[in-house]
Ligand binder design. Structure first.
Ligand SMILES: [Fe+2]
Ligand SMILES: [Fe+2]
Length: 296
């Protein structure tokens, strides 16, 4: 019913030169494992003036303006029926790789290399094989871009919709432009939720996390599903906000989300892994956990 997406300009659909610009900005905010963003760091992050930062700022402006409670419901209705495409798992990685970075095709690794490097870093540390699967699959939801979704509806820090915004979310000032900001129903501390209702009852801003979680939810164990579903929820797993929405199960699962995050952020390496050598291991792993085809 919402036709706004059709009214966005090309620049508003793709404010970033590539999806990686968002992840580079997150890496700058959290330069080391376990660190939380300090006031000063955040000020530096905002003030340092480069064209790339302007695109990231514009990206967050769009994200915070248009990710309303209703927008999330529309996207859930559009995508969670998984009736768009079906393909063998290994073809899905080729499909994801159609997302290319035109800004810097020589230096940036493709999406699959990032997945493989994350998975390999997890495997090298001796974690269970289901966590290696998380590394391999965690950004598969970025295919949403290939279905025409704007970048700010695919990547970006995620946050609960339908209740007050935490000031721990990056660029909180842009929420003033969000129609929900002036809706009293959505802007009390709990909004449409109840105290400690559990994250499973909370709708997050729409993006690749929720989409891949829904894709994988019948195939991987619970800690893996938390890693997928909340890996971009930095205001929770790095900043500790929204405690009043959590239940004991969320608090128990938080350690897994935190365990995964450094592998996502800090495993990037310019040298691509040796796929030929790794292939048999990953073919067996995927066959162990996933059906032959994936639905989108
Ligand atoms: Fe991601
Ligand atoms: Fe990632």
């Amino acid at each position: 019913m919402d036709t706004r997406q059709n009214n966005f300009t090309a620049k508003e659909i793709n404010p970033l030169n590539s999806l990686d610009e968002w992840e580079d900005a997150v890496l700058e905010r959290y330069p080391e494992p376990g660190a939380i963003a300090k006031e000063k760091t955040e000020a530096e992050f905002r003030n340092y003036d480069t064209p790339q930062r302007d695109t990231v700022r514009e990206f967050y402006r769009l994200n915070h303006t248009y990710q309303t409670y209703d927008f999330v419901q529309e996207k859930r209705a559009a995508y969670l029926s998984f009736d768009k495409k079906e393909m063998p798992v290994w073809e899905a990685f080729d499909f994801l790789n159609q997302l290319v970075d035109d800004s810097d095709p020589d230096t940036d690794l493709d999406q699959f290399q990032h997945l493989l490097q994350t998975a390999e870093a997890i495997r090298a540390d001796g974690h269970p094989d289901w966590m290696v699967m998380v590394g391999l699959m965690h950004d598969m939801g970025k295919v949403l871009c290939l279905f025409g979704e704007p970048q700010w509806a695919v990547v970006g820090d995620t946050f609960p919709v339908g209740c007050a915004y935490s000031d721990k979310i990056v660029y909180p000032e842009f929420f003033k432009n969000n129609p929900d900001f002036n809706n009293p129903k959505y802007q009390s501390r709990l909004g449409v939720y109840t105290e400690n209702c559990g994250l499973r009852n909370v709708h997050m801003s729409w993006g690749h996390d929720e989409y891949v979680y829904q894709m994988m939810k019948d195939h991987l164990p619970e800690p893996a599903l938390y890693m997928l579903r909340y890996h971009s929820f930095y205001a929770w797993h790095r900043e500790g906000s929204y405690d009043y929405l959590l239940d004991d199960h969320d608090r128990e699962m938080l350690k897994w989300v935190k365990l995964f995050n450094p592998y996502d952020l800090y495993s990037k390496c310019p040298v691509p892994p040796d796929w030929k050598q790794l292939r048999p291991y990953y073919e067996d792993l995927v066959a162990k956990y996933l059906p032959r085809t994936l639905k989108f």
